[in-house]
Design a protein around this ligand. Structure first.
Ligand SMILES: *Cc1c(COP(=O)(O)O)cnc(C)c1O
Length: 502
């Protein structure tokens, strides 16, 4: 048995902790992110991989990271997470609409039809196992900022889970109509949904501030609550995301796109850098990956950083048709920075301090070179719409606006590099979730009031059957109407929990 992997803060304070504690806490006390002390080597033989189910792949990958869970605990959590909630038994099917083009890894077959389900279906199981084993007697209070998709996936994962309470903050005008309806109609008795008069960065900063407020934390502990996070800063989300990169590789072999051992590329629509970071970890484990193409929308901070070494959030926050990627402070980038800065927590902490004080930091070109395997590209709104339309015309395959950012960014990468490595585009949402944008991209002459007409129009264009997640919101009642300013998020937490009067 290899030695247990512990998790330490990217900012260096505090002891390294077991995976269960890292999952329960979400964020380290010094504001840093938990990272594994070492990356385990992939313990699956590449020749065997194509024959493994999603669940078996998940078990083999996760056991090497989450070593304080027993085999039985992991298998039970995996079986409960990746079950009939997914409308495709492959869980993460790989499809190739055009035999000459890239493959698409569809990560939207879960309950809320976006890739956040891949991790948020299992995170509540990890948390309840960890809480029970550690004899935690307080309630776990999940605070989550969402750019649209994490919110519903977390609500749905934690709904009515005993011993938990969840509050989701979303930017009032920054989510799609379907995303908003999915959240405000959530029925779970332990769920709370609050719209914030600000953008996603305001929501995320507000949550981080609550986490690192010792007085508030103590007060909440006194009331029987322990904070945790369902955002992608939680290592309990990152680890399950590594699984689908490994699984996709096996499926590429199975579809005869590659032979075991050959390298592939992944193009990843990126916002908070959580998804692509999991791909980076998969490669560090030894999965044969050549390039990771980090695709941004017009909020292209990551493109600029990866091409110049300057991270600068001092710019206009744009609302795009890929709202889940409308982010200027990419939290998980801190984990990459830590890695390329030679795992130096003092350096990492000082760069993050610059980011919070000046909104900007810079790394040297030698440091940036270490991230060479991650290539930054971006797609404009026009390019993204153009891609949805051309792919539909050529293949009848319909992609959502986020996936389109990756597909369009990949086109730019390919025309620049002529790289002929077989490529997987990570497809992060069902087109139904952004039906109005997708229909407008394919046929701009179509106009409807509200999302209903667009959903039917999408079906008429030949999209697969309307998913249950969409049918549900058509009938559901709106049950959440809380709203606050970014500065009031701490107080709002106490209000919605009934700790102080409304
Ligand atoms: C969250 C999300 C992304 C971005 O993923 P990150 O982990 O934040 O980089 C992309 N597409 C969709 C549909 C999402 O919900």
């Amino acid at each position: 048995m290899p030695e247990e992997i512990l998790y330490k803060s990217t900012r260096g304070k505090g002891d390294a902790v077991h995976s269960q504690e890292a999952i329960l806490r979400g964020l380290a006390d010094d504001g840093g992110l938990f990272v594994p002390e070492r990356i385990p080597a992939l313990s699956i033989d590449l020749d065997e991989l194509p024959s493994l189910s999603y669940r078996e792949t998940a078990f083999r990958v996760m056991r090497d990271y989450l070593m304080d869970f027993t085999e039985e605990e992991l298998r039970t959590a995996i079986a409960a997470a990746y079950d009939e909630k997914f409308d495709d038994e492959r869980i993460a099917p790989l499809v190739r609409p055009d035999s000459k083009g890239p493959a698409y890894l569809e990560l939207f077959h879960g309950k809320t039809i976006a890739f956040k389900d891949m991790a948020l279906s299992i995170l509540p199981h990890f948390m309840t196992i960890a809480a029970r084993k550690r004899g935690l007697d307080s309630k776990i209070l999940i605070l989550t900022a969402t750019s649209g998709d994490t919110g519903k996936a977390a609500l749905s994962g934690f709904a009515d889970v005993p011993g938990t309470e969840i509050i989701v903050f979303f930017p009032k005008d920054g989510v799609s109509e379907v995303q908003r309806l999915q959240m405000v109609t959530e029925k779970g008795k332990n769920t709370h949904v609050v719209s914030v008069n600000g953008n996603f960065d305001d929501c995320q900063s507000g949550v981080k501030k609550i986490f690192s407020d010792p007085a508030l934390r103590a007060e909440m502990e006194g009331c029987g609550y322990q904070f945790s996070s369902a955002n992608s800063i939680n290592i309990g989300r990152l680890v399950p995301q590594i699984v689908y990169y490994v699984y996709a590789y096996g499926q590429m072999c199975k579809l005869n796109c590659i032979k075991a051992g050959e390298k592939i590329n992944f193009a990843v629509p990126t916002g908070n850098f959580g998804n692509i970071l999991a791909g980076y970890y998969a490669r560090s484990m030894g999965l044969p990956v050549n390039k990771l193409i980090c695709a941004s929308n017009e909020n292209k901070v990551l493109f600029d950083f990866l091409n110049t070494g300057v991270y600068d959030r001092n710019r206009k926050f744009l609302l795009t048709h890929s709202p889940s990627m409308d982010i200027l402070i990419s939290s998980n980038l801190e984990r990459l920075i830590y890695k390329i800065e030679d795992e130096d927590p003092i350096k990492t902490a000082s760069l993050m301090k610059e980011l919070s004080e000046k909104g900007r930091y810079q790394v040297t070109s030698e440091i940036l070179e270490r991230a060479e395997g991650i290539r930054g590209y971006f797609a404009s709104e026009t390019e993204c719409f153009g891609k949805i339309k051309s792919l539909y015309k050529e293949t009848d395959y319909i992609i959502d606006t986020h996936t389109a950012v990756a597909a369009a960014a990949l086109d730019k990468y390919l025309s620049e590099t002529k790289d002929d490595t077989p490529t997987v585009i990570v497809s992060t949402a069902s087109p139904y979730k952004f039906a109005d944008s997708v229909v407008s991209a394919i046929d701009p002459s179509k106009h409807f009031e509200g999302s209903e007409g667009y959903i039917d129009a999408l079906r008429s264009l030949g999209a697969p059957e309307i998913p249950d997640a969409i049918k549900e919101i058509r009938e559901a009642k709106i049950v959440h109407g809380e709203n606050c300013d970014p500065s009031e998020m701490g107080i709002t937490v106490k209000k919605v929990l009934g700790i102080i009067a409304n």
